[in-house]
Ligand binder design. Sequence first.
Ligand SMILES: NC(=O)c1ccc[n+]([C@@H]2O[C@H](COP(=O)([O-])OP(=O)(O)OC[C@H]3O[C@@H](n4cnc5c(N)ncnc54)[C@H](OP(=O)(O)O)[C@@H]3O)[C@@H](O)[C@H]2O)c1
Length: 322
Amino acid sequence: MDEKIYRDEDVNWDVLKGKTIAVLGYGIQGKAQAANARDSGFNIIIGTGGSIADAKADKFEAYSIAEAVKKADIILIELADPVQPPIYKKDIAPNLRAGQTLCFCHGFSVLYGQIDPPKDVNTVLFVPNGPGKFVREKYLKGEGVYGCVAVDHDATGDAREIAFAISKAVGSTKAGVVEMTFQHETEGDNFEEQILYGGAIALMRACFNTMVDNGYSPSFAYAKAIRSLRSVIDVMDEVGIEEYISKRSSRTCEYAVRTRGPRVINEPEIRKIFAETERGEFAKEWMNEFALGMPVLHRMRRTGAESKMEKTGVEWRAKFGK
Ligand SMILES: NC(=O)c1ccc[n+]([C@@H]2O[C@H](COP(=O)([O-])OP(=O)(O)OC[C@H]3O[C@@H](n4cnc5c(N)ncnc54)[C@H](OP(=O)(O)O)[C@@H]3O)[C@@H](O)[C@H]2O)c1
């Protein structure tokens, strides 16, 4: 790997000292990033619509989003992506002043032009590669979560330093942080969600349905389709795929993996989805779906919840444990 990896010693966070950092949205990422940055010694306030009691219970100063924007030097946008554009228009944009920094946690709203910040503020991004709970747990252990930083617009001359300093305050430079573009962060994330989460879940369902349709007991099919994957994924991450399949699985398993795995995966389709993502087709489709009130998602959620596999999962966890 010839890319530069930024660690604690490469990043000077003095650029954040004496600054007020507002975390907007006290949800999955907002809670974790606010707590980590406060424990790193910085002045954190929360701007929130619905979580004021939550934030106060955690001993943060909490304000409306508009008030927090006015008080802040640096603004971490930790709002759910689809609600960012209307909240930006109503509460953030009218209260911005020159020299502030807007730090996003996903590039979607900026890349697709739903938010177009003024040129006298910095527009940057910092994303830890993991859910908020994991980001907090790692920080508390003195570790960090791999992350990325990007600068879309540098108004003050130190936007890049500020973005890296935020990544250090949240703990990511303990694991390593890389620099990229808003485009790669956004499209990479959207691509991963379609292929990896979408593909893995479709695979688990196909595995379960095929076994049950062929007379297997649902509990056995469920254990095979979900629990077995859980038991091996951490090992693969820790020691690498080759070590796992050649040394830590059975030879039958190794032969099955090497000869049948590629038949299950449709790589031309994966590449087609990559190209669609790069052309912005996925983003456009999702924005339309959200604007219409998510009719496709509602229908799919109902079908998913009513499926035999989901019902088996509820019984399975009650009988065999979580
Ligand atoms: N989930 C992750 O672990 C993860 C990982 C990497 C990047 N990210 C990025 O982090 C950002 C925040 O994501 P998240 O997963 O943390 O979001 P989230 O927990 O689903 O929501 C964050 C906050 O958005 C506000 N919000 C949500 N729905 C709303 C609605 N319908 N109306 C008004 N406000 C609403 C709420 O703010 P209040 O608390 O003020 O009510 C909520 O606490 C996104 O850009 C996301 O792509 C998330």
